[in-house]
Design a protein around this ligand. Structure first.
Ligand code: PMP
Length: 317
């Protein structure tokens, strides 16, 4: 669900300074605005009112992925992952956020002129905003296969969160929502299941957890990695990365999506067919409970996933 527009006085990091969101502007000829030449990230932080802390979920992994994938477009992000985490923590403190938040880092080709050839002028920003539930999946989602195909690595690499690539996700989401579904499932050009429009996909079949691998044009999700680790190490499930046929989704026991924004979202119907018994399955429920506990700092074994940022009540309020 689209979140509301953030308060323009929100402090953001832009042009190497902390400024109000209203001042963080780009010109209409900006290369990335015209040609999609940016790479973004999405990081969640969960607020714990009892201890006045925001828990950022795997920020180092997100910033390492951002820097590496920016390199696909020859975009440079000078600060180290640790420095980027420090900027993020400062944003939380300066805005005195006392809620769950979402962090949107974005780097882009910033030359302002006509012409698709890129040059070395890059800019980056980090914006943090209050953020709640992205997709209400409490009762399970109805997902539909979109007729749009997942973009191919040799056209636009889907493993990076490249701005222009999200036209693919926007078309698919618009397509399935108009058809009455909650979320899209993409097939690749070769006909195999790739992922959701903004999330990875898993299915449970005969007690095994199965998800498409990196060669199926997926974004290599950090939530996906969390769920694989929880499934293997806590639930002792066999996890298999392999291609999935569309019709396997019709005959399997459980399906769910994972992603920073969607978290773990169970799917109870695919293309008007019940998944399993048509209710949220036991493995999805258990993994969702574990993921929620781990990302809110309630599982000491996974404390290394989170970075705690203390945001005392007094700063601006
Ligand atoms: N696939 C796509 C296309 C996405 O946009 C996202 C969201 N980043 C994901 C998968 C899930 O990735 P992550 O778990 O790292 O948020």
């Amino acid at each position: 669900m689209p979140s509301s527009e953030p308060d323009p006085s929100t402090i953001v990091f832009f042009d190497n300074r902390y400024v109000p969101l209203a001042q963080a502007q780009v010109g209409v000829l900006t290369h990335a605005l015209n040609y999609g030449t940016g790479v973004f990230e999405g990081i969640r932080g969960y607020w714990d009112a009892d201890i006045q802390e925001v828990m950022l979920v795997r920020p180092a992994d997100h910033y390492v992925r951002w820097k590496r994938n920016a390199g696909i477009l020859h975009l440079e992000i000078p600060p180290s992952p640790d420095e980027l985490i420090e900027i993020t923590a400062e944003l939380l403190r300066r805005n005195a956020f006392h809620s769950d938040i979402y962090v949107r880092p974005l780097v882009w080709k910033s030359a302002q002129r006509i012409g698709v050839h890129a040059d070395a002028r890059d800019s980056f920003t980090i914006v943090a905003v209050p953020f709640g539930v992205y997709m209400d999946s409490a009762k399970g989602l109805h997902a539909g296969i979109t007729s749009w195909r997942r973009l191919e690595d040799n056209a636009i690499p889907g493993r990076a969160k490249i701005c222009g690539a999200y036209v693919n996700s926007a078309l698919a989401t618009d397509d399935v929502r108009r058809c009455g579904f909650d979320e899209a499932i993409f097939l690749s050009e070769n006909g195999h299941v790739a992922e959701g429009a903004t999330c990875n996909i898993f299915m449970v079949r005969n007690g095994r957890l199965i998800t498409p691998g990196p060669a199926d044009n997926i974004l290599e999700g950090i939530t996906r990695a969390c769920i694989i680790e929880l499934a293997r190490d806590v639930l002792h499930l066999e996890v298999v990365e392999r291609s999935i046929d569309r019709s396997e989704l019709y005959v399997c026991d459980e399906v769910f999506f994972t992603g920073t924004a969607v978290e773990l979202a169970p799917v109870t119907m695919v293309d008007h067919r019940r998944v399993g018994a048509g209710a949220i399955g036991p493995i999805a429920s258990e993994l969702r409970r574990l993921y929620t506990d781990a990302t809110r700092g309630r599982l000491p074994q996974f404390e290394n996933w989170i970075r705690r940022v203390s945001v005392p009540v007094s700063i601006h309020a």
